[in-house]
Design a protein around this ligand. Structure first.
Ligand SMILES: *Cc1c(COP(=O)(O)O)cnc(C)c1O
Length: 393
């Protein structure tokens, strides 16, 4: 078997060598606790603030608006739970969408059990939230709107600028889960009227277990972790210095390379989509054809199971995902594919291929060649397909 072809970057990415190099000294010789008064330790406070400056800069935010967390899930939990707690006297209504990551959906369910009322907006067949529909869901007791910047399964980029503007016209806070979007497409918290934004290191070639939450200054939210004075007293605990250095470096590199990477990934993405749709019969692109993350290919193949395709791809040394990694292993179809209206038999045949900066056009061709062969072979063994073919060809 040849070299591994990794096309599951929406699940996680490798730490870039430059990121690892930047992190390593902070595990060993530069291990000091940033809260220490002696220079050896307090230098690490400066190092954290360098990472904070880089990230603030990348979003048009102020450094004091960036809070380091333990990753995307923690950032999402903090945003929703803290707003609910701080604003419950104003109202108990939250608006989100059906296609959010489980870090949002399960937090909303938790809040519903505690007396909050959550509206889960439908999306159209391409996974788009309709801003007009969102506006009509607003009530006098709405305290928060949370809509993801881009979807992790189908790559649809949501109209968050418009949603942010609507939220602000109504005096409502706007949070966005930007875990898939940050570092992939340009984001600006002021131009887009974003009050809170979640991101995660390991989705942008940084380390796992570190992320950040942007909180617009002036928004009074409670602490997520009580304890020491780290992160302005809002997220206590000795800082994950190597992780923070890593996510800072990863963000810096992601911003520097964004333009070239967007072009390279879009070219490979469109080449794959074009070849798949034209060379494999009864295949379908899931998600938006234009407003789509540069690195996302999500396709369904009728009459075959996505999970089976994954096993065959694995045997060919190709890493991909069916629907969402979080739902694989369960029998339910992905909540995102269900929300865009796919019937079960088509959502079960979905495969997600997500690109990274190291993927090449040759790899893309190898993946499509393998998909062609695998889908053809599986269909030969599918009674449903044979039956269909007899009646339609
Ligand atoms: C991966 C992901 C998360 C969770 O981030 P972790 O750092 O793995 O906790 C949240 N939201 C979206 C959209 C994601 O893709």
């Amino acid at each position: 078997m040849g070299k591994l072809i990794y096309m599951d970057h929406a699940a996680t990415t490798a730490v870039r060598p430059e990121v690892l190099d930047a992190m390593l000294p902070y595990f060993t010789e530069k291990f000091g606790n940033p809260s220490g008064v002696y220079t050896f330790a307090s230098r690490n406070k400066d190092v954290i603030n360098v990472a904070r400056d880089i990230i603030a800069d990348s979003l048009g935010a102020k450094p004091e608006e960036i809070y380091f967390t333990g990753g995307g899930s923690e950032s999402d939990n903090w945003a929703l739970k803290a707003v609910a707690e701080a604003f419950q006297d104003k109202g108990k209504h939250i608006i989100t969408t059906r296609i959010e990551h489980h870090a949002i959906l399960h937090t909303c369910q938790y809040l519903e059990k505690r007396g909050f009322d959550v509206t889960y907006l439908d999306v159209d067949e391409k996974g788009m939230v309709d801003p007009d529909r969102l506006e009509s869901a607003i009530r006098p007791d709405t305290i928060l709107i949370s809509v993801m910047a881009a979807n992790n399964e189908i790559g649809t980029i949501e109209p968050i600028s418009r949603i942010g503007a609507i939220a602000h016209e109504h005096g409502i806070l706007f949070h966005t889960d930007a875990v898939q979007a940050y570092g992939q497409i340009p984001l600006d918290v002021n131009a887009m009227n974003i009050d809170m934004l979640s991101s995660s290191g390991h989705k942008l070639n940084g380390p796992k277990g570190i992320g950040f939450l942007y909180i617009r200054s002036g928004i009074k939210l409670g602490s997520f972790i009580h304890g020491g004075q780290q992160e302005r007293g809002r997220r206590a605990g000795t800082e994950n210095v190597p992780g923070i250095v890593g996510v800072g470096k990863a963000a810096e590199l992601a911003m520097l390379s964004m333009e070239d990477r967007m072009k390279q990934e879009t070219d490979i993405r469109d080449h794959m989509i074009h070849r798949i749709l034209s060379e494999i019969p009864y295949s379908r692109l899931n998600g938006h054809d234009k407003d789509r993350l540069p690195n996302n290919v999500n396709v369904s193949f009728q009459f075959v199971e996505g999970e089976t395709i994954l096993i065959m791809l694995d045997m060919a040394g190709i890493c991909a995902s069916a629907g969402s990694a979080c739902t694989s292993g369960s029998v339910d179809p992905s909540h995102v594919l269900t929300a865009i209206g796919l019937p079960k038999e088509i959502s079960h045949g979905a495969v997600r291929l997500t690109l990274g900066y190291e993927n090449t056009m040759d790899e893309a061709d190898a993946v499509v060649d393998n998909l062609k062969r695998i889908v053809e072979n599986l269909r030969k063994m599918s009674p449903a397909y044979q039956d269909f073919a007899r009646r339609n060809m």
